[in-house]
Design a protein around this ligand. Structure first.
Ligand SMILES: [Zn+2]
Ligand SMILES: [Zn+2]
Ligand SMILES: [Zn+2]
Length: 215
């Protein structure tokens, strides 16, 4: 299954003395304007590197295929009934998730999709504006205290840079973000009649999201 994932850091030229693409220039431009804000104790801290004003520390869950923040300790994965078990950053055979990094709305390039939030109940990322979200812990996701995140959207089939991974997908059932290529192996908090197997699904209408990852 790991075959569909690009090799991490397979483009050293791009990370070091790389020829600058428009995307690189956008990232540099985004350095300006990352402001400090009120942060709750449980909020993942902003990680501002010289190279990019992004927040790293996000991970892919090998249970449910969702994106979540493991830095706060116990989380809630939809693999388990009522979310009574944590997401996992490591696969059964010991493969660790990459370290994903998210732009905040105040820091990133223009043109990204705004409206994404961290859920303090399950530690997952979800899309707030639609309202009808579903958390593994029951009820809706809770974005109170979250930074406002935004995601890059790329056309289907786009080959992204060596420090990015496309294929991330919005789930129309729970409003979470999951890795689309593993959809058949995913778990959604919503076991709807439209999807008896309980997988996350983009329903053919999700954008193709591309995430940054860092060492
Ligand atoms: Zn999970
Ligand atoms: Zn949640
Ligand atoms: Zn879902």
């Amino acid at each position: 299954m790991t075959a569909v994932e690009p090799t991490p850091f397979d483009s050293p030229l791009r990370r070091d003395g790389h020829p600058q693409s428009r995307r690189d220039l956008l990232k540099k431009a985004a350095l300006v304007g990352l402001g400090a804000g009120a942060v709750l104790a449980t909020e993942p801290a902003i990680f501002a590197k010289p190279a990019a004003a992004v927040q790293s520390g996000w991970a892919h869950c090998y249970h449910c295929r969702g994106l979540f923040y493991p830095g706060n300790g116990p989380s809630a994965c939809p693999l388990f009934t009522n979310g009574n078990g944590s997401h996992s950053t490591v696969s059964d055979d010991g493969v660790a998730s990459w370290n994903y990094a998210l732009w905040t709305e105040s820091s990133g390039p223009s043109g990204f999709q705004k409206g994404w939030r961290w859920c303090s109940k399950c530690q997952g990322l979800f899309y707030l504006p639609n309202g009808n979200s579903h958390c593994p812990k029951g009820g809706a996701h809770n974005g109170t205290g979250s930074f406002a995140y935004m995601l890059e959207v790329v056309p289907p089939g786009t080959t992204v840079g060596g420090d990015e991974q496309a294929g991330w997908t919005w789930c129309r059932k729970c409003q979470g973000l999951f890795f689309g290529p593993f959809q058949a192996d995913s778990y959604c908090p919503v076991f709807s009649t439209n999807d008896a197997l309980g997988h996350h699904t983009g329903g053919g209408i999700s954008y193709n999201y591309s995430l940054l990852y860092v060492p």
